[in-house]
Write a protein that binds this ligand. Structure first.
Ligand code: 8YV
Length: 331
């Protein structure tokens, strides 16, 4: 009997992908590229499983000819590229990569926040440009991070990991979330729940950790930026589209807020040209989870999910991070 076929949409650590080979005929792409929806549909049409990245949109069109497909594993915790309803309707299981990246993404959120507050991007460019001829005592003044109020919008597992790091900086933490956390978790994170208006008004450094949903589109726009302190920084390690990038560029240019650290953008890999032109924004190419260990853990979790969906591997029959478990129960 021929093996089921898995499509891996992008180059992923070969030794981890090799774990699929006993069970699957593996079709692993060897270069990074953008696929049109037709190309995705064609590849899914003769696949039994797929491992995809955020750039691959898996919706009803992509699934239309995918008669054999049983499982799609997403290489990311955010899965706004997956139309979960369409997958479920087609009887296809789907998984993401929660938890394994929490601490790495939290590290990076702090790195971006610090870089924005202390003007590290600007300063580095200045040194590389050969402009460092002497030092001015009042030069390069940035904002302190220690002891300042950290605001977190979206207090899931990554938000909590960001909050826990604040103790070392002696920074009070305020947060806003759809629902308030259990008091024991609030206590462990040292975080105080506030409404969104209070969060915007009081945060010295605001970090966004929301999933991208239609309701979260442009959650931070002109009005929200105006509600922040002129000395505040904004850090986004969640998704582009949560922030209105054009409004943010205006706010950074006219001093509505002081600086921003951005790992994600509306329409990435394109970056709004007005953001590109500003000195007071640190730009980063969606790499918050990109430590060697964490990217390996994410790939491994995706492979575990696919194997499990086909009754193999350490979690046989129970994909550990399946998003629509009802699909397997119905199978
Ligand atoms: C990406 C992410 O998955 O997990 C997420 O939601 O945005 C990142 O970890 C990663 O950049 C791979 O595309």
């Amino acid at each position: 009997m021929s093996k089921p076929r898995v499509w891996v949409s992008r180059p992923v650590f070969p030794d981890i992908v090799d774990r699929l080979r006993d069970v699957f005929d593996v079709h692993a792409e060897t270069e990074e590229r953008r696929y049109s929806s037709n190309e995705i549909a064609t590849r899914l049409a003769d696949a039994d499983a797929a491992i995809v990245g955020l750039a691959e949109r898996i919706d009803a069109d992509a699934l239309a000819g995918a008669r054999r497909l049983r499982f799609v594993a997403n290489l990311g915790v955010g899965y706004n590229n997956l139309d979960l309803d369409a997958l479920t309707a087609a009887g296809v299981g789907a998984s993401n990569t929660p938890d394994v990246l929490n601490e790495t993404v939290a590290d990076y959120a702090w790195a971006l926040m610090l870089a924005a507050a202390r003007r590290m991007g600007e300063a580095e460019r200045w040194v590389r440009d050969g402009q460092w001829k002497g030092s001015r005592f009042e030069g390069w003044l940035g904002a302190d991070v220690h002891g300042k109020t950290l605001g977190i919008l979206g207090m899931g597992r990554i938000g909590q990991a960001i909050a826990r790091r604040a103790a070392g900086f002696r920074s009070p933490v305020i947060y806003h979330n759809r629902s308030r956390l259990d008091p024991a978790i609030e206590h462990e994170c040292g975080a105080t729940y506030v409404d969104k208006a209070t969060l915007l008004a009081r945060a010295d450094h605001l970090v966004l950790v929301l999933p991208f949903t239609p309701a979260n589109r442009h959650v931070i726009g002109e009005a929200e930026l105006k509600a922040m302190k002129p000395t505040a920084t904004l850090t986004n390690i969640a998704r582009g589209g949560i922030v209105d990038d054009a409004a943010l560029a205006r706010a950074l240019a006219d001093g509505t807020i002081a600086a921003a650290g951005l790992d994600v953008f509306e329409g990435e890999p394109q970056v709004h040209p007005a953001l590109m032109a500003l000195p007071n924004v640190v730009l980063s190419p969606h790499i918050a989870s990109a430590s060697r260990d964490t990217r390996r853990d994410m790939a491994s979790l995706a492979v575990d999910n696919v194997l499990a969906a086909f009754g193999q591997g350490p979690h046989a029959g129970r994909p550990p991070t399946i998003l629509n478990p009802g699909v397997l129960a119905d199978a």
